[in-house]
Design a protein around this ligand. Structure first.
Ligand SMILES: Cc1ncc(COP(=O)(O)O)c(C=O)c1O
Length: 384
């Protein structure tokens, strides 16, 4: 008689509901029906021209073997320069670590900074992989329920109300799914609170560059101990290249290096070689941001006419997070209905906030202007 081998409980984490919406949308497309994609959190454009040219050159001239675990020196230097040029912050190259997307950065950073049983707080709603990645490594996610009154961001008051100490705090500015941002003062205060309380600040800066008012502030400017995470996926329009980076505080560099050597060996070599050129492509990339800004304007003007009138301030990123409590108590069924009846794919809030997400829907405006304008027209017609 055979014995059933065990299955780890650590893998028993919730699915990513947006992926399920994407599957339903793909089924609709396979049946020959049109879909207006507002569920995906990724640019509809490819990598900028300069990156593609650099990739071709690398393919022709490079063996593309493993690289050092912390990344190729040329890319680490280019990232350090980016901090100097864009934020006027001196970040030494030794603190820059190239990773397999920001997703790879979170795995390395969380493992280096936290032990099983530690508690790490974050706003709710927020990007679901924070919670799920922490859970998979035995760290307890602590949700800070936020609403419009907090601009969906953690506040010192919310942190002070926690009944037990935390060892980490994740912030994202601009945030997914709400697009809201922390001001320089707020981020500085949060960093100081973390330092005073021995809490590791993790700042997810993946949506930097995608802002529609004041520019985002990097935690590298206001904290020496914060773990700063960024990516080539959003502003740089390179999701599938699976490349990101971290600015690592000095006390974590060696752990991150050993973890990276063992878990990943190195980030994709072709992507690293190509990404060195990304920082010279800002004219093309800023063109995408101008399109997002137009799309954002269309949605902020048109969605209220379709009954979506409680919207989080979309300061940055490419999302509008809508409170749909007046229309449904079940955002998942609601999104399925919208897809079936209008052909628009959007994401139920339960991905981002299991407790209150039944009342929220996220619309991504990363697509073309024509897609967004047509989606707005259809939603208005649908509500009539
Ligand atoms: C807030 C946030 N952080 C991190 C990621 C992960 O991105 P990547 O691994 O492509 O860098 C995403 C992806 O949508 C995100 O929205």
């Amino acid at each position: 008689m055979s014995k059933q081998p065990k299955v780890s409980t650590r893998g028993a984490i919730p699915p990513f509901f947006v992926m399920e919406v994407m599957r339903a949308a793909a089924e609709r497309e396979a049946a020959g029906l049109e879909v207006l994609h507002m569920e995906v959190g990724q640019p509809s454009t490819g990598a900028p021209k300069g990156v593609l040219e650099a990739a071709h050159r690398a393919l022709d001239t490079d063996v593309l073997g493993y690289t050092g675990a912390l990344g190729i020196p040329a890319l680490r230097a280019a990232i350090a320069r980016w901090y100097q040029d864009r934020y006027k912050v001196a970040v030494p190259e030794r603190r820059v670590v190239v990773t397999t997307g920001s997703s790879g950065a979170f795995q390395l950073g969380f493992l280096a900074a936290f032990d099983p049983g530690d508690r790490v707080a974050m706003a709710s709603p927020s990007y679901p992989a924070y919670r799920h990645t922490l859970t998979a490594i035995g760290v307890e996610p602590v949700e800070l329920p936020t609403g419009p009154e907090h601009r969906f961001q953690p506040t010192i008051a919310l942190l002070e109300q926690l009944d037990k100490p935390i060892q980490g705090l994740i912030v994202a500015s601009p945030a997914n799914p709400t697009g809201t941002m922390l001001s320089r003062e707020e981020l500085t205060e949060i960093a100081a609170w973390c330092d005073a309380n021995g809490v590791r600040l993790v700042s997810d800066e993946i949506y930097h560059g995608l802002t529609y008012g004041p520019e985002a502030v990097t935690a590298a400017e206001v904290s020496e101990t914060a773990l700063v995470v960024n990516s080539f996926s959003k502003y740089f329009s390179m999701t599938g290249w699976r490349l990101g980076w971290m600015v690592v505080p000095d006390d974590l560099i060696r752990s991150v290096e050993c973890l990276a050597q063992n878990l990943f060996i190195s980030a994709p070599t072709l992507s690293q070689a190509a990404a060195v050129a990304a920082f010279d492509c800002t004219a093309e990339l800023d063109g995408h941001v101008a399109r997002y800004a137009r799309n954002r304007q269309i949605l902020l003007e048109e969605l209220p006419k379709a009954g979506f009138d409680k919207l989080a301030p979309a300061d940055g990123a490419f999302y509008v997070y809508a409170d749909v409590s007046a229309m449904t108590d079940d955002s998942e069924a609601f999104c399925k209905r919208i897809l079936a009846e209008t052909g628009i794919a959007c994401t139920p809030g339960i991905d981002f906030d299991p407790a209150r997400g039944h009342h929220f829907v996220r619309f991504s405006f990363a697509g073309s202007e024509a897609t967004i304008a047509e989606a707005a027209r259809r939603l208005i017609a649908w509500k009539k």
